[in-house]
Design a protein around this ligand. Structure first.
Ligand SMILES: [Zn+2]
Length: 500
Protein backbone atom coordinates (compact mmCIF):
# COMPACT_ATOMS: atom_id res chain seq x y z
CA UNK A 1 0.00 0.00 0.00
CA UNK A 2 1.44 3.31 -1.08
CA UNK A 3 0.94 6.37 1.04
CA UNK A 4 -0.42 8.15 -2.00
CA UNK A 5 -3.10 5.49 -2.51
CA UNK A 6 -4.05 5.62 1.14
CA UNK A 7 -4.39 9.40 1.12
CA UNK A 8 -6.32 9.39 -2.14
CA UNK A 9 -8.74 6.82 -0.74
CA UNK A 10 -9.23 8.75 2.51
CA UNK A 11 -9.65 12.01 0.57
CA UNK A 12 -12.34 10.48 -1.55
CA UNK A 13 -14.29 9.66 1.63
CA UNK A 14 -13.96 13.23 2.88
CA UNK A 15 -11.45 12.44 5.64
CA UNK A 16 -9.82 15.67 6.83
CA UNK A 17 -6.10 16.29 6.37
CA UNK A 18 -5.33 15.92 10.03
CA UNK A 19 -6.97 12.51 10.03
CA UNK A 20 -5.10 11.62 6.84
CA UNK A 21 -1.93 12.27 8.79
CA UNK A 22 -3.27 10.06 11.57
CA UNK A 23 -3.62 7.24 9.05
CA UNK A 24 -0.07 7.93 7.89
CA UNK A 25 0.85 7.46 11.56
CA UNK A 26 2.36 10.91 11.86
CA UNK A 27 3.91 11.63 15.24
CA UNK A 28 4.33 14.62 17.55
CA UNK A 29 5.18 17.83 15.79
CA UNK A 30 4.43 16.35 12.38
CA UNK A 31 0.86 17.63 12.76
CA UNK A 32 2.05 21.24 12.84
CA UNK A 33 2.81 21.70 9.17
CA UNK A 34 0.49 19.45 7.21
CA UNK A 35 1.92 20.35 3.82
CA UNK A 36 5.48 19.61 4.87
CA UNK A 37 4.52 16.34 6.52
CA UNK A 38 2.54 15.12 3.51
CA UNK A 39 5.59 15.80 1.36
CA UNK A 40 7.73 13.95 3.83
CA UNK A 41 5.41 10.95 3.49
CA UNK A 42 5.83 11.20 -0.26
CA UNK A 43 2.27 12.23 -0.87
CA UNK A 44 1.51 14.64 -3.72
CA UNK A 45 -0.71 17.49 -2.76
CA UNK A 46 -4.20 17.21 -4.01
CA UNK A 47 -4.97 19.99 -6.49
CA UNK A 48 -8.39 20.41 -5.03
CA UNK A 49 -7.02 21.28 -1.66
CA UNK A 50 -5.92 24.76 -0.77
CA UNK A 51 -3.23 25.05 1.83
CA UNK A 52 -3.96 28.10 3.83
CA UNK A 53 -0.86 28.43 5.91
CA UNK A 54 -1.10 25.57 8.36
CA UNK A 55 -4.79 25.03 7.85
CA UNK A 56 -6.56 23.77 4.89
CA UNK A 57 -9.92 24.32 3.27
CA UNK A 58 -11.53 22.79 0.29
CA UNK A 59 -11.83 24.71 -2.94
CA UNK A 60 -14.87 24.34 -5.11
CA UNK A 61 -14.67 20.70 -6.05
CA UNK A 62 -16.24 18.51 -8.67
CA UNK A 63 -20.01 18.44 -8.46
CA UNK A 64 -20.09 15.18 -6.52
CA UNK A 65 -18.09 16.66 -3.66
CA UNK A 66 -19.45 20.18 -3.72
CA UNK A 67 -21.15 19.59 -0.37
CA UNK A 68 -18.58 20.20 2.27
CA UNK A 69 -19.35 17.58 4.83
CA UNK A 70 -17.59 16.95 8.08
CA UNK A 71 -14.77 14.46 8.41
CA UNK A 72 -16.28 11.00 9.03
CA UNK A 73 -13.47 9.86 11.31
CA UNK A 74 -13.03 12.81 13.68
CA UNK A 75 -16.49 14.35 13.23
CA UNK A 76 -14.92 17.77 12.99
CA UNK A 77 -12.81 17.44 16.14
CA UNK A 78 -9.65 18.62 14.42
CA UNK A 79 -11.16 21.41 12.33
CA UNK A 80 -10.07 24.95 12.97
CA UNK A 81 -13.68 25.99 13.60
CA UNK A 82 -14.04 23.43 16.33
CA UNK A 83 -10.78 24.44 17.96
CA UNK A 84 -12.03 28.02 18.01
CA UNK A 85 -15.33 26.92 19.52
CA UNK A 86 -13.52 24.92 22.17
CA UNK A 87 -11.29 27.83 23.06
CA UNK A 88 -14.27 30.17 23.14
CA UNK A 89 -16.06 27.86 25.58
CA UNK A 90 -13.03 27.56 27.81
CA UNK A 91 -12.67 31.33 27.91
CA UNK A 92 -16.39 31.76 28.58
CA UNK A 93 -16.20 29.39 31.57
CA UNK A 94 -14.79 30.33 34.96
CA UNK A 95 -11.36 29.95 33.44
CA UNK A 96 -10.43 33.57 34.15
CA UNK A 97 -11.09 33.01 37.85
CA UNK A 98 -8.08 30.71 38.00
CA UNK A 99 -4.65 32.23 38.09
CA UNK A 100 -2.69 29.11 37.18
CA UNK A 101 0.15 28.93 34.70
CA UNK A 102 -0.30 25.19 34.22
CA UNK A 103 -3.30 23.37 32.82
CA UNK A 104 -4.28 19.81 32.15
CA UNK A 105 -6.98 18.83 29.67
CA UNK A 106 -9.34 15.90 30.05
CA UNK A 107 -11.44 15.62 26.92
CA UNK A 108 -14.13 12.97 26.92
CA UNK A 109 -15.16 11.84 23.44
CA UNK A 110 -18.39 10.21 22.27
CA UNK A 111 -18.21 6.51 21.47
CA UNK A 112 -19.21 7.30 17.90
CA UNK A 113 -15.59 8.15 17.23
CA UNK A 114 -14.40 4.69 18.22
CA UNK A 115 -17.10 3.06 16.10
CA UNK A 116 -15.99 5.13 13.16
CA UNK A 117 -12.41 4.13 13.66
CA UNK A 118 -13.45 0.48 13.42
CA UNK A 119 -15.57 1.15 10.35
CA UNK A 120 -12.62 2.78 8.62
CA UNK A 121 -10.40 -0.09 9.70
CA UNK A 122 -12.73 -2.53 7.93
CA UNK A 123 -12.88 -0.25 4.88
CA UNK A 124 -9.10 -0.09 4.64
CA UNK A 125 -8.86 -3.86 4.96
CA UNK A 126 -11.27 -4.29 2.10
CA UNK A 127 -9.37 -1.80 0.01
CA UNK A 128 -5.78 -2.71 0.86
CA UNK A 129 -6.07 -6.26 2.11
CA UNK A 130 -3.27 -7.88 4.06
CA UNK A 131 -1.24 -4.68 4.49
CA UNK A 132 -3.78 -3.69 7.16
CA UNK A 133 -3.25 -5.51 10.45
CA UNK A 134 -6.17 -7.11 12.29
CA UNK A 135 -4.96 -6.20 15.74
CA UNK A 136 -3.00 -2.99 15.39
CA UNK A 137 -5.15 0.05 14.57
CA UNK A 138 -4.31 1.53 11.16
CA UNK A 139 -4.36 5.05 12.58
CA UNK A 140 -3.02 7.05 15.48
CA UNK A 141 -6.10 6.62 17.71
CA UNK A 142 -8.17 9.75 18.30
CA UNK A 143 -7.47 9.79 22.04
CA UNK A 144 -3.76 9.93 21.40
CA UNK A 145 -4.18 12.36 18.53
CA UNK A 146 -6.08 14.72 20.82
CA UNK A 147 -2.98 14.87 23.01
CA UNK A 148 -0.67 15.34 20.06
CA UNK A 149 -2.77 17.88 18.21
CA UNK A 150 -5.34 19.63 20.38
CA UNK A 151 -3.45 19.90 23.65
CA UNK A 152 -0.53 21.90 22.23
CA UNK A 153 -2.86 24.18 20.27
CA UNK A 154 -5.07 24.91 23.29
CA UNK A 155 -2.08 25.47 25.57
CA UNK A 156 -0.54 27.74 23.00
CA UNK A 157 -3.65 29.85 22.51
CA UNK A 158 -4.28 30.11 26.23
CA UNK A 159 -0.58 30.77 26.83
CA UNK A 160 -0.42 28.02 29.42
CA UNK A 161 1.89 25.16 30.10
CA UNK A 162 0.63 21.57 30.08
CA UNK A 163 1.22 19.92 33.42
CA UNK A 164 -0.51 17.05 35.18
CA UNK A 165 -0.70 19.10 38.39
CA UNK A 166 -2.27 22.11 36.71
CA UNK A 167 -5.81 23.44 36.47
CA UNK A 168 -7.87 20.53 35.18
CA UNK A 169 -10.22 21.43 32.33
CA UNK A 170 -12.77 18.65 31.88
CA UNK A 171 -14.47 18.87 28.54
CA UNK A 172 -17.28 16.56 27.59
CA UNK A 173 -17.96 16.32 23.86
CA UNK A 174 -21.15 14.93 22.41
CA UNK A 175 -22.56 14.23 19.00
CA UNK A 176 -26.09 14.22 17.72
CA UNK A 177 -25.66 10.65 16.44
CA UNK A 178 -24.18 9.22 19.61
CA UNK A 179 -27.34 7.93 21.30
CA UNK A 180 -28.57 6.32 18.15
CA UNK A 181 -25.21 4.71 17.47
CA UNK A 182 -24.84 3.44 21.04
CA UNK A 183 -28.26 1.80 20.70
CA UNK A 184 -27.05 0.03 17.59
CA UNK A 185 -23.86 -0.90 19.37
CA UNK A 186 -25.85 -2.65 22.10
CA UNK A 187 -27.56 -4.73 19.41
CA UNK A 188 -24.28 -5.40 17.68
CA UNK A 189 -22.72 -6.44 20.95
CA UNK A 190 -25.39 -9.10 21.50
CA UNK A 191 -24.74 -10.52 18.10
CA UNK A 192 -20.94 -10.22 18.08
CA UNK A 193 -20.41 -11.55 21.61
CA UNK A 194 -23.50 -13.68 22.35
CA UNK A 195 -21.83 -15.73 25.09
CA UNK A 196 -20.91 -12.66 27.11
CA UNK A 197 -24.16 -10.87 26.41
CA UNK A 198 -26.10 -13.89 27.74
CA UNK A 199 -24.77 -13.70 31.27
CA UNK A 200 -24.55 -9.96 31.44
CA UNK A 201 -27.93 -8.71 32.55
CA UNK A 202 -27.22 -5.15 31.65
CA UNK A 203 -24.77 -4.57 28.92
CA UNK A 204 -22.51 -1.78 29.88
CA UNK A 205 -20.35 -0.96 26.95
CA UNK A 206 -17.48 1.16 28.04
CA UNK A 207 -14.90 2.95 25.97
CA UNK A 208 -12.32 0.53 27.32
CA UNK A 209 -14.34 -2.46 26.18
CA UNK A 210 -14.80 -0.90 22.75
CA UNK A 211 -11.08 -0.45 22.47
CA UNK A 212 -10.26 -4.00 23.49
CA UNK A 213 -13.09 -6.01 21.93
CA UNK A 214 -13.84 -4.15 18.78
CA UNK A 215 -11.12 -5.04 16.32
CA UNK A 216 -11.30 -6.86 12.99
CA UNK A 217 -9.71 -9.88 14.69
CA UNK A 218 -12.69 -10.14 17.07
CA UNK A 219 -15.68 -8.77 15.18
CA UNK A 220 -16.63 -9.79 11.67
CA UNK A 221 -17.06 -7.02 9.13
CA UNK A 222 -20.32 -8.61 7.99
CA UNK A 223 -21.76 -8.46 11.49
CA UNK A 224 -20.61 -4.91 11.99
CA UNK A 225 -22.05 -3.87 8.67
CA UNK A 226 -25.55 -4.92 9.72
CA UNK A 227 -25.56 -1.97 12.07
CA UNK A 228 -22.97 0.49 10.77
CA UNK A 229 -21.75 1.67 7.40
CA UNK A 230 -18.42 0.55 5.99
CA UNK A 231 -16.78 2.90 5.32
CA UNK A 232 -18.24 5.53 7.58
CA UNK A 233 -19.44 8.60 5.76
CA UNK A 234 -19.27 12.31 6.32
CA UNK A 235 -21.57 13.78 8.94
CA UNK A 236 -23.68 16.89 8.67
CA UNK A 237 -22.94 18.23 12.09
CA UNK A 238 -19.76 18.59 13.99
CA UNK A 239 -19.19 17.42 17.56
CA UNK A 240 -20.73 19.64 20.22
CA UNK A 241 -19.50 20.72 23.55
CA UNK A 242 -21.59 18.96 26.20
CA UNK A 243 -20.14 20.50 29.31
CA UNK A 244 -17.05 22.07 30.66
CA UNK A 245 -15.93 21.76 34.22
CA UNK A 246 -12.89 23.24 35.91
CA UNK A 247 -11.02 21.76 38.81
CA UNK A 248 -8.26 23.87 40.30
CA UNK A 249 -5.01 22.21 41.31
CA UNK A 250 -4.15 20.94 44.76
CA UNK A 251 -1.71 23.54 46.02
CA UNK A 252 0.63 22.85 48.93
CA UNK A 253 1.90 25.79 50.94
CA UNK A 254 4.64 25.05 53.43
CA UNK A 255 6.43 27.03 56.08
CA UNK A 256 7.47 26.90 59.73
CA UNK A 257 5.51 28.25 62.63
CA UNK A 258 6.50 29.43 66.05
CA UNK A 259 3.95 29.13 68.80
CA UNK A 260 4.32 32.07 71.11
CA UNK A 261 1.35 31.50 73.40
CA UNK A 262 0.82 29.06 76.26
CA UNK A 263 -2.92 29.33 75.74
CA UNK A 264 -3.39 28.16 72.21
CA UNK A 265 -4.38 24.79 70.86
CA UNK A 266 -2.98 23.21 67.74
CA UNK A 267 -6.33 22.65 66.03
CA UNK A 268 -9.80 23.79 67.16
CA UNK A 269 -10.23 22.30 70.62
CA UNK A 270 -13.80 21.16 71.05
CA UNK A 271 -15.00 19.00 73.91
CA UNK A 272 -18.61 17.77 74.05
CA UNK A 273 -19.59 20.39 71.50
CA UNK A 274 -18.01 23.21 73.50
CA UNK A 275 -15.03 25.20 72.29
CA UNK A 276 -12.36 25.37 74.94
CA UNK A 277 -10.06 27.86 73.24
CA UNK A 278 -11.06 30.78 71.05
CA UNK A 279 -8.49 30.13 68.43
CA UNK A 280 -5.91 27.64 67.20
CA UNK A 281 -2.69 27.59 65.24
CA UNK A 282 -4.45 25.91 62.35
CA UNK A 283 -7.17 28.55 62.16
CA UNK A 284 -4.83 31.52 62.48
CA UNK A 285 -2.60 30.30 59.65
CA UNK A 286 -5.47 29.28 57.37
CA UNK A 287 -7.29 32.57 57.98
CA UNK A 288 -4.35 34.58 56.67
CA UNK A 289 -2.97 32.30 53.98
CA UNK A 290 -6.08 30.50 52.66
CA UNK A 291 -8.07 33.34 51.04
CA UNK A 292 -5.27 33.98 48.55
CA UNK A 293 -5.87 30.50 47.12
CA UNK A 294 -9.52 29.65 47.68
CA UNK A 295 -12.83 30.89 49.00
CA UNK A 296 -13.49 27.56 50.70
CA UNK A 297 -11.26 27.73 53.75
CA UNK A 298 -12.97 24.74 55.34
CA UNK A 299 -11.58 22.49 52.61
CA UNK A 300 -7.97 23.26 53.55
CA UNK A 301 -6.00 20.59 55.41
CA UNK A 302 -3.39 21.67 57.93
CA UNK A 303 -0.54 19.28 58.75
CA UNK A 304 2.56 19.75 60.82
CA UNK A 305 5.58 17.77 61.82
CA UNK A 306 4.28 16.84 65.27
CA UNK A 307 2.51 19.27 67.61
CA UNK A 308 2.77 20.92 71.01
CA UNK A 309 0.47 20.84 74.00
CA UNK A 310 -1.70 23.90 74.54
CA UNK A 311 0.64 25.30 77.19
CA UNK A 312 3.87 24.58 75.34
CA UNK A 313 5.50 27.18 73.14
CA UNK A 314 7.48 26.36 70.02
CA UNK A 315 10.41 28.68 69.44
CA UNK A 316 13.72 28.56 67.56
CA UNK A 317 13.34 28.00 63.85
CA UNK A 318 9.78 26.82 64.37
CA UNK A 319 7.87 23.72 63.38
CA UNK A 320 7.39 22.73 59.71
CA UNK A 321 3.81 22.76 58.50
CA UNK A 322 1.99 22.42 55.22
CA UNK A 323 -1.44 23.47 54.02
CA UNK A 324 -3.09 21.32 51.37
CA UNK A 325 -5.48 23.48 49.39
CA UNK A 326 -7.77 21.62 46.97
CA UNK A 327 -9.32 23.24 43.90
CA UNK A 328 -7.15 26.30 44.32
CA UNK A 329 -7.81 29.27 42.08
CA UNK A 330 -4.16 30.26 42.27
CA UNK A 331 -1.04 28.20 42.25
CA UNK A 332 1.62 30.80 42.84
CA UNK A 333 2.67 32.94 45.71
CA UNK A 334 5.16 35.74 45.25
CA UNK A 335 7.68 36.40 48.00
CA UNK A 336 6.04 39.74 48.56
CA UNK A 337 2.62 38.13 49.05
CA UNK A 338 4.18 35.49 51.28
CA UNK A 339 5.77 38.20 53.39
CA UNK A 340 2.44 40.02 53.77
CA UNK A 341 0.89 36.76 54.98
CA UNK A 342 3.74 36.16 57.41
CA UNK A 343 3.22 39.64 58.81
CA UNK A 344 -0.53 39.14 59.11
CA UNK A 345 -0.05 35.89 61.06
CA UNK A 346 2.57 37.57 63.26
CA UNK A 347 -0.06 40.22 63.97
CA UNK A 348 -2.04 37.60 65.91
CA UNK A 349 0.61 37.84 68.61
CA UNK A 350 0.12 34.11 69.23
CA UNK A 351 1.72 32.51 66.19
CA UNK A 352 4.49 33.62 63.92
CA UNK A 353 5.31 32.01 60.58
CA UNK A 354 8.33 32.09 58.30
CA UNK A 355 9.72 30.41 55.15
CA UNK A 356 6.23 30.48 53.62
CA UNK A 357 6.29 29.03 50.09
CA UNK A 358 4.42 26.91 47.58
CA UNK A 359 5.95 23.43 47.40
CA UNK A 360 5.47 20.51 45.02
CA UNK A 361 2.77 18.10 46.12
CA UNK A 362 5.24 15.20 46.31
CA UNK A 363 7.32 17.17 48.78
CA UNK A 364 4.62 17.54 51.38
CA UNK A 365 5.17 13.91 52.44
CA UNK A 366 8.33 15.10 54.22
CA UNK A 367 6.09 16.31 56.97
CA UNK A 368 5.01 12.78 57.86
CA UNK A 369 8.01 10.62 57.00
CA UNK A 370 10.56 9.53 59.55
CA UNK A 371 8.42 11.00 62.32
CA UNK A 372 9.65 8.42 64.85
CA UNK A 373 13.30 8.89 64.00
CA UNK A 374 13.29 12.64 64.36
CA UNK A 375 15.02 14.36 67.24
CA UNK A 376 13.20 16.99 69.24
CA UNK A 377 14.83 19.76 71.19
CA UNK A 378 13.16 21.12 74.32
CA UNK A 379 13.82 23.64 77.06
CA UNK A 380 11.98 23.00 80.32
CA UNK A 381 11.63 25.36 83.26
CA UNK A 382 11.58 23.16 86.38
CA UNK A 383 11.22 23.75 90.09
CA UNK A 384 12.57 21.77 93.02
CA UNK A 385 11.33 21.96 96.57
CA UNK A 386 14.84 22.77 97.79
CA UNK A 387 17.83 24.69 96.46
CA UNK A 388 19.71 22.93 93.67
CA UNK A 389 22.91 21.34 94.88
CA UNK A 390 26.06 20.68 92.86
CA UNK A 391 25.25 16.97 93.08
CA UNK A 392 21.79 17.42 91.55
CA UNK A 393 23.20 19.64 88.83
CA UNK A 394 25.87 17.09 88.07
CA UNK A 395 23.33 14.26 87.67
CA UNK A 396 21.44 16.34 85.14
CA UNK A 397 24.39 16.74 82.78
CA UNK A 398 23.93 13.70 80.55
CA UNK A 399 25.71 13.62 77.22
CA UNK A 400 25.31 9.95 76.30
CA UNK A 401 21.94 8.71 75.18
CA UNK A 402 19.78 6.43 77.33
CA UNK A 403 16.46 4.66 77.01
CA UNK A 404 13.33 5.16 79.02
CA UNK A 405 10.09 3.19 79.22
CA UNK A 406 7.09 5.43 79.06
CA UNK A 407 3.49 4.47 79.76
CA UNK A 408 0.87 6.51 77.99
CA UNK A 409 0.33 9.51 80.30
CA UNK A 410 -2.96 9.59 82.18
CA UNK A 411 -3.76 13.01 80.67
CA UNK A 412 -3.89 11.61 77.13
CA UNK A 413 -5.42 8.20 77.93
CA UNK A 414 -8.82 9.43 76.72
CA UNK A 415 -7.49 9.68 73.18
CA UNK A 416 -4.47 7.34 73.07
CA UNK A 417 -4.31 3.61 73.83
CA UNK A 418 -2.42 2.42 76.90
CA UNK A 419 1.03 1.23 75.92
CA UNK A 420 4.50 1.23 77.33
CA UNK A 421 6.85 2.68 74.74
CA UNK A 422 10.63 2.74 74.73
CA UNK A 423 11.99 6.17 73.93
CA UNK A 424 15.52 7.44 73.48
CA UNK A 425 16.82 10.45 75.37
CA UNK A 426 19.84 11.86 73.58
CA UNK A 427 21.03 14.44 76.08
CA UNK A 428 20.10 16.42 79.16
CA UNK A 429 21.76 19.64 80.22
CA UNK A 430 20.64 21.64 83.26
CA UNK A 431 21.57 25.01 84.69
CA UNK A 432 20.28 27.02 87.61
CA UNK A 433 18.01 29.92 86.77
CA UNK A 434 19.75 33.16 87.60
CA UNK A 435 18.35 34.64 90.80
CA UNK A 436 16.37 31.61 91.95
CA UNK A 437 18.24 28.71 93.44
CA UNK A 438 15.29 26.28 93.29
CA UNK A 439 14.66 26.72 89.59
CA UNK A 440 16.39 24.79 86.81
CA UNK A 441 16.48 25.39 83.08
CA UNK A 442 16.88 21.97 81.45
CA UNK A 443 17.67 21.45 77.77
CA UNK A 444 16.57 18.04 76.61
CA UNK A 445 17.05 16.27 73.27
CA UNK A 446 14.73 13.31 72.75
CA UNK A 447 13.34 10.97 70.19
CA UNK A 448 10.10 12.25 68.69
CA UNK A 449 7.03 11.08 70.53
CA UNK A 450 8.50 11.37 74.04
CA UNK A 451 6.18 12.93 76.61
CA UNK A 452 8.46 15.55 78.15
CA UNK A 453 6.41 16.55 81.16
CA UNK A 454 6.30 12.92 82.27
CA UNK A 455 10.00 12.48 81.48
CA UNK A 456 10.68 15.27 83.98
CA UNK A 457 8.43 14.35 86.91
CA UNK A 458 8.04 10.62 86.23
CA UNK A 459 4.27 10.49 86.77
CA UNK A 460 4.35 8.17 89.80
CA UNK A 461 6.78 5.82 88.12
CA UNK A 462 4.84 5.51 84.88
CA UNK A 463 7.95 6.88 83.09
CA UNK A 464 11.16 5.09 84.06
CA UNK A 465 13.70 6.44 84.59
CA UNK A 466 12.68 10.08 84.80
CA UNK A 467 14.76 13.16 85.60
CA UNK A 468 13.09 13.11 89.00
CA UNK A 469 14.11 9.49 89.64
CA UNK A 470 17.63 10.21 88.41
CA UNK A 471 18.15 12.93 91.04
CA UNK A 472 15.98 11.17 93.61
CA UNK A 473 13.87 14.25 94.29
CA UNK A 474 10.53 15.51 93.06
CA UNK A 475 10.84 17.89 90.10
CA UNK A 476 7.93 19.98 88.97
CA UNK A 477 7.80 21.20 85.38
CA UNK A 478 6.50 24.74 85.16
CA UNK A 479 6.91 25.63 81.51
CA UNK A 480 8.06 23.89 78.38
CA UNK A 481 9.26 25.19 75.05
CA UNK A 482 10.08 23.29 71.89
CA UNK A 483 13.28 24.89 70.67
CA UNK A 484 14.10 22.81 67.63
CA UNK A 485 12.70 20.22 65.27
CA UNK A 486 15.00 17.91 63.36
CA UNK A 487 13.55 18.45 59.89
CA UNK A 488 15.32 20.47 57.21
CA UNK A 489 12.19 21.17 55.29
CA UNK A 490 10.83 23.33 53.75
CA UNK A 491 13.73 25.33 52.31
CA UNK A 492 14.70 28.39 54.25
CA UNK A 493 13.50 31.45 52.39
CA UNK A 494 13.63 34.95 53.67
CA UNK A 495 10.53 36.52 52.20
CA UNK A 496 11.26 39.91 53.76
CA UNK A 497 14.20 40.47 51.41
CA UNK A 498 11.90 41.22 48.50
CA UNK A 499 10.44 44.31 50.17
CA UNK A 500 11.96 47.56 49.01
ZN1 LIG B 1 -10.79 14.32 10.75
Amino acid sequence: MKNQDLVDFLSSLGVCEICQLRYLKARGTEYKDIKETLQKFDVKLNKNVVYDGKLISYEAQPAKKARIGICPTCMGLFSKDFQMELLGCILASDFAKYDCQKIVLAISLPMSLQLRQLSMWFALKRKFGASIDDNIPPDVPIKEAVKLILHPIICDKLEKEYDANGLMINIDLTHKLENEEVEKLVQLNKEAFPAKAAYQKRIEISRGLLEKQYQPSKVKAETFEKYFEIPCTQVEESLKLGSIDLQGPLVCVAGRYRKLSRELSHTPWILSGQRLMDDSIEEIIIRHVGPHFTEKLDRITFMSSGREDVDVRCLGKGRPFVLEIPNATRSCLSQNQAFQMERAVDGSGKVSILNLQVVAREESIHIKTGEEQKKKFYRALCALKEPVTAEILDKLQISTSFDIQQKTPIRVLHRRPLHTRPRKIYSVKAKVQRGSTKVLIIDIVTQAGTYIKELVHGEFGRTKPSLSSIVGKPIDIQALDVVGIDLDWPLEVNNSTCIE
